[in-house]
Design a protein around this ligand. Structure first.
Ligand code: NAG
Ligand code: NAG
Ligand code: NAG
Length: 330
């Protein structure tokens, strides 16, 4: 895909940070060759309706430890309550020359063992996350269009995938072919215009001062129906470098919106007292998703929350969990 040199003619271009300039030069590029593919992940397009929950995890090549721990904890491919769960990491390329080659070899090796990586030949940077999402949706339309539900999120969240299955099964009138998009709802915000911010979006990228409602990109749940709808909408919406906001834009264009789920805590948990261990599994056994965990914490927490002997009778825990329970299961 060729650089769009005309972008340099935009007013104020020369004063923009390098990564934004780069974004503007390549904003129109949406097709990149695949380096690692998994055409049979869902048993082929026809059979893909058998996949109940597809875990789609954004992971940069260097995040080996995060992928490893997810493979043996909440991201394990299995059936829960009779519902098949499948896992995919989505990745670009990173590093220069030798480092890039080494990381590509690492992913290749992981792929041989686990068969769970989609990789495209584009640079895996923060401002390219929207591109990553679009490329995934394009892949999904081809290879897994009927997956019932998806969890889309980061590789450093604690996702209670068993609870997610229970929640999704409780949606009696939606088996994946109706609209669902839920998570940590963010509304009434707009682009951050401060140059130093990770989320900086100048007027040259988006003129409007407001964003549509969206769900925090750490992790959200959606139906296969909504995923495919987002993909169709994306074709006529210029890429915005903030991927979770972009999802909200696609929903808005379809006349739909995201909803809030109290069990999704992408901003972390509020622990009422410092006298209690904030990593007590009692706080986590009823949530859907919490940001963010280191690999060792993840491994321990997943096992602790699965322990059938886990006892949580402290009133503090109950206060916290009741709030999440009621919204998670009603
Ligand atoms: C940029 O603008 C100048 C002046 O209007 C024009 O001559 C030039 O062709 C433009 N460059 C590109 C790459 O469009
Ligand atoms: C290139 O950038 C200019 C200025 O932003 C824009 O008007 C034009 O549509 C872009 N071209 C392509 C092919 O995206
Ligand atoms: C996105 O990826 C393309 C292809 O590798 C690259 O040319 C571009 O610089 C990247 N954009 C950003 C903002 O990192």
């Amino acid at each position: 895909c060729r650089q769009n040199l005309t972008a340099a003619n935009i007013t104020g271009f020369s004063n923009l940070p390098e990564n934004i300039k780069d974004f503007l030069f390549y904003r129109h590029c949406r097709h990149f060759p695949m380096l690692l593919d998994l055409p049979d992940k869902c048993g082929g397009a026809e059979k893909s309706g058998d996949v109940f929950l597809l875990l789609v995890i954004k992971s940069s090549p260097a995040n080996y430890e995060r992928r490893e721990v997810l493979r043996k904890t909440w991201g394990k491919e299995r059936s829960y309550n009779g519902m098949p769960i499948r896992r995919i990491f989505i990745s670009g390329v990173s590093g220069d020359s030798y480092e890039k080659e080494r990381l590509n070899n690492l992913l290749k090796l992981e792929q041989e063992e686990h068969r769970d990586i989609l990789q495209w030949d584009f640079s895996d940077t923060f401002y390219n996350l929207t591109l990553k999402q679009i490329l995934f949706l394009e892949w999904m339309e081809r290879n897994c269009p009927n997956a019932r539900f998806l969890l889309n999120g980061d590789d450093d969240v604690f996702a209670h995938t068993n609870n997610m299955v229970v929640y999704l099964q409780s949606l009696k009138e939606n088996k994946g072919s109706k609209h669902l998009f839920t998570g940590h709802l963010i509304q009434n915000v707009g682009p951050i215009r401060a140059t130093g911010s990770k989320y900086f979006v100048p007027v040259q990228v988006q003129e409007s001062n407001s964003y549509p409602p969206y769900c925090g990109g750490g992790g959200f749940l959606l139906s296969g129906y909504t995923a495919m709808l987002i993909y169709r909408m994306s074709k006529s919406i210029p890429i915005l470098p903030i991927d979770d906001v972009y999802m909200g834009m696609c929903l808005a264009k379809a006349g739909l919106g995201p909803s809030s789920h109290m069990g999704v805590k992408t901003a972390g948990l509020h622990i009422p007292s410092n006298k209690i261990d904030k990593f007590s599994p009692c706080f986590y056994k009823d949530v859907l998703l919490v940001h963010r965990f280191l690999p060792a914490q993840m491994y321990l927490m997943w096992h602790s929350t699965q322990n059938p002997k886990l006892k949580c009778d402290d009133e503090h825990y109950q206060l916290q969990t009741k709030k999440t329970m009621t919204s998670a299961f009603c």
